[in-house]
Write a protein that binds this ligand. Sequence first.
Ligand code: SAM
Ligand code: SF4
Length: 332
Amino acid sequence: MKDSHGRVIDYLRISLTDRCNFRCIYCMPEEGVSPMGHDEILSLEEVERLVAIAAKHGIKSVRLTGGEPLVRKGVEDLVRALTTIEGIENISMTTNGVLLPKMAEGLKAAGLNRVNISLDTLDPEQFRQVTRVGNLEDALAGLDAALKVGFSPVKVNAVTVRRLDQDFLAFAKLSLDRPLHVRFIEYMPLGQEAGDGLAGWGKEDVISSQELLERINADALAAGMEPLAPADKNPLGWGPAKYMAFPGAQGTVGFISPLSRHFCSQCNRLRLTADGKIRPCLFSDEEYDVRAALRSGTDEQVAAVLMEALGAKPDEHHDKVGTERNMSAIGG
Ligand code: SAM
Ligand code: SF4
């Protein structure tokens, strides 16, 4: 399906829950979010039905996210069910990874192809500070488990925040010896409480991808390494990233710049929130309620909501970065 700006939309990002076993400071308040009621959340059968209808209209890839998708009961069964839907070619997941040591094997067998693991720092104390409750060791074990069971590609998403002063070269070096695709994502001051109310971080904490690349290359040269050069090929799973690699490395290093570089022209996605709203754009609070149609409507009525949301996709985000909902509710 094409939107009104001529972009092919074939990717649906599905938030399975607003709950999470972490409390990342840029994503949700310390006390967590007041959880959506059981009835508000789409059942897994409803998600499956929506994907089947969306697939008939050209959705080919789905990504499961959250909150933390691995805390949603039945996620493995959902993956298995999604693999049987005609037209769905790829099923991926964005996760904090800590449950992967337990769950990776089952998910791989169920048909999950690829995972993105969110990991913002390689320093144990800073990891605890950012996630408020997490252990770096658990996240790294999740990364190992993902590689071991053979998800491909395995990407590591690191949100860059100026005042955290992360060791970006150490991150980039994760791509040297294993087929890991490290991606740096500009911090987005999002959510009602972003900024002073949340982490105290603001727009000044956004590091542009260009600055980051220059910093990594300066650090690499200082460490006697060759700098990053444009990668020969992008890792599977197109997205809005620009990919580089160290010479001879097994993986790549990507830069995602939702704020400093407009990638809206390449946007290929719709988002589904855990409570059944279709969001045409991450940065816009406009949402289309598909839950009612899923609960009492025909497939045609469900498709009509999908098409309405498609038609409402803006051409770009026009530098609007604030949203009313936190990332954990939107799915990132
Ligand atoms: N719990 C899973 C995880 O952390 O990967 C999936 C949901 S999380 C909301 C999805 C992604 O959004 C994560 O990579 C997270 O780092 C990112 N994210 C959350 N808040 C963000 C913010 N304010 N700016 C940039 N990325 C953010
Ligand atoms: Fe949870 Fe992911 Fe948000 Fe962190 S970024 S609190 S892991 S949903």
